[in-house]
Design a protein. Sequence first.
Length: 209
Amino acid sequence: MVLAASAASMFAQETIQPIVDRRSYRLSFGAKVGGNMTLMSGDPTEGVDMNYKTGYGFQLGLVLNERFGRASSADAGGTGKIGAQVEVLYSQQQCGTADKNLKINLIEMPVLFQYYPLQNAFIELGPTFVSSTSASPDELNVNSVSFATKDIKYKDVLLTAGVGYLVNAGAKTKISIDFRYNAGMSDLAGNFKTKMSTFQLSYGVLFNL
């Protein structure tokens, strides 16, 4: 009887032990959507004024975030000041010209390092790798010069800088709001000497893994 009681007591003690997450980091996965404001600079060839105008598009995609360290020894992992975020986005960029609106569809992959001066506010900086999937219209005609814009095969590494804020939406869920500027480094094409830069405002949902 004594042995049975001891075994039962040990079993009860084992089953009520809390599960403690001892990780010093936090992984989050989610999705985001937002708007683009596109600026283009530089005329494609000498003597042709494209008369570029600001245009608007959208972006949407998936997000993987990792935050490192603890704010203090008593805090959970993933509350420190350093983080990193990788995204895969479909993005539409659009800009007015002297002929028609130029629209370029892109796959973007930001790889950003984050610093949290406050617990839920962050600054981010890093490269964004972009590659175009299509462009329209097929052709632009400006000053009697034609440009086969359907053939644009744009690739670039943008310099991205931004700020953001996280809003708690549950024990394991956060809403993210971020504002970024992407500075274009390369021309749209070898014979189309125009650079493209973008302001972006986006909203996302992140779930702790």
